[in-house]
Design a protein around this ligand. Structure first.
Ligand code: HAM
Length: 426
């Protein structure tokens, strides 16, 4: 009988293109940032929501928009029992679906939610652009006030300040309502009609279907056309209604009062179809071509478009991978105690008592000699080692050694705990 296992093909043990394993020291950085984001939002009354990773394809077609690159080119779609399903390319559509399905329209307003998880877009991978990436997002439902816009923007900016992200710029714009955009369409199309044939194929299609989205084009030749003084001047004269303009003016007033720096960018239209009024993006020049770390805006029609009650909403999502490339050194988790022993039961008892007081403790599991166990403690950069041998068990003591100073003392667990308790709370 041949006992050699079949050779594993190399591609089977390679992660798919555009995905990442998050492990080792990286995972500690992820956990640190995730918990900072969570705490920031929880402290302002936001509650977590966890929705499925896949949803009906139509949800994204109707939600994100059939004319968008995300839906047209980037979705991972599959069929099961005659149902078309897609891995979520973003979080908002699923959260809105849950809002409608769970009857959150009846909850006290505003409903303030946050989420964290993997998203999937079939894009050409490059620095800062992956096929599986993670978003931390926020959605606030039930209010159409500039204060609601200001609060979500402020949440992101304050989080980024705490993480000391470098070279940030908050770009904001007002794209008005569907009605405002009808006015925009007429003027913008007339202005660009003479140059229509010089635009890329996508822009020529958008010219017919959704001219505002032409401004989202990444082709240099199209960008040059939109940068012409006549087009720029057209974009800078606000095409939105008095109500939308007043909403935006109040948002800007709040940001000014809070000393949140921003730039109004008339070219900022975002790559998803659901936005109304306020849109924004937070970029960093340290990120390269994919420079947006966070993007969002108001979407007052989406809940209704997806079958729910009329509910204005505003939110954003940040890309965790991009955020983490901007975050510098973070405090490392320290190992308070390493337990060196040949008495497992007593070692675990001591470890459990210390952990219950909030300490980070590891017990040696190797069964090797004390010398090797001390080497391991040093390798893990433990602050102190506790030795428990037969003699210690017999006389009810433990030996504590500070690994940096080399200082040692014999004590009891009770004495150690009473010494330590004031220094660190669980
Ligand atoms: P988005 O601008 O498509 O908006 O994505 C938000 C953020 O996700 C981006 O700013 C970026 O940091 C990150 N991101 C997007 N695609 C990738 C990728 N392929 N690789 C790495 N990171 C990426 C939305 O998704 C909206 N749902 C945001 C929102 C929430 N609007 C209202 N509420």
């Amino acid at each position: 009988m041949n006992s050699t296992p079949a050779k594993v093909r190399k591609d089977i043990i390679q992660r798919p293109k555009g995905t990442q394993d998050i492990c080792g020291e990286d995972v500690e950085r992820w956990e640190y940032v995730e918990s900072l984001c969570r705490l920031q939002l929880q402290s302002a009354g936001y509650q977590e929501i966890r929705t499925p990773i896949f949803e009906a394809t139509e949800l994204f077609e109707r939600g994100v928009g059939e004319g968008t690159d995300i839906v047209n080119k980037e979705m991972y779609t599959f069929e099961k029992s005659d149902r078309r399903l897609s891995l979520r390319p973003e979080g908002t559509a699923g959260v809105v679906r849950a809002f409608v399905e769970q009857g959150m329209g009846r909850w006290p307003k505003p409903v303030k939610l946050y989420y964290l998880g993997p998203m999937f877009r079939y894009e050409r991978p490059q620095a800062g652009r992956q096929r599986q990436f993670h978003q931390f997002g926020v959605e606030l439902f039930g209010l159409d006030t500039p204060a609601a816009d200001a609060e979500v923007i402020l949440m992101a900016m304050r989080m980024f300040e705490k993480l000391a992200l470098p070279n940030l710029s908050l770009q904001i714009n007002n794209i008005g309502t569907v009605e405002c955009r009808e006015r925009f369409k007429t003027g913008f199309k007339a202005l660009l009609a003479p140059q229509l044939t010089q635009l890329c194929a996508d822009c020529q299609t958008r010219y017919q279907t959704n001219p505002l989205r032409m401004l989202d084009c990444k082709q240099d030749s199209c960008k040059a056309i939109y940068a012409q003084p006549t087009v720029k001047a057209f974009l800078e004269t606000d095409f939105t209604s008095e109500d939308c303009q007043a909403h935006f003016a109040e948002l800007v007033r709040i940001l000014d009062a809070l000393k949140v720096p921003y730039q109004r960018n008339p070219y900022l239209v975002r790559g998803l179809d659901y936005y109304t009024k306020t849109v924004f993006e937070i970029t960093s020049t340290n990120l390269g071509a994919q420079n947006a770390v966070c993007g969002g805006g108001r979407y007052n029609r989406l809940v209704e478009d997806l079958g729910g009650p009329e509910t204005p909403a505003v939110g954003w999502a940040l890309g965790m991978e991009r955020l983490l490339t901007l975050v510098g050194d973070l405090p490392k988790r320290t190992l308070d105690f390493y337990i060196v022993h040949d008495q497992p039961a007593e070692a675990f008892q001591v470890a459990e008592a210390l952990r219950a007081s909030g300490y980070h403790v590891e017990v040696d599991l190797s069964g090797k000699g004390f010398g090797k166990q001390f080497e391991r403690a040093a390798k893990l950069n433990a602050r102190q080692a506790i030795t428990i041998g037969e003699a210690e068990v017999q006389n009810g003591t433990i030996r504590v050694k500070h690994l940096h100073s080399g200082e040692q003392q014999a004590t009891t667990l009770t004495d150690l705990l009473s010494q330590l308790a004031p220094a660190k709370q669980p």
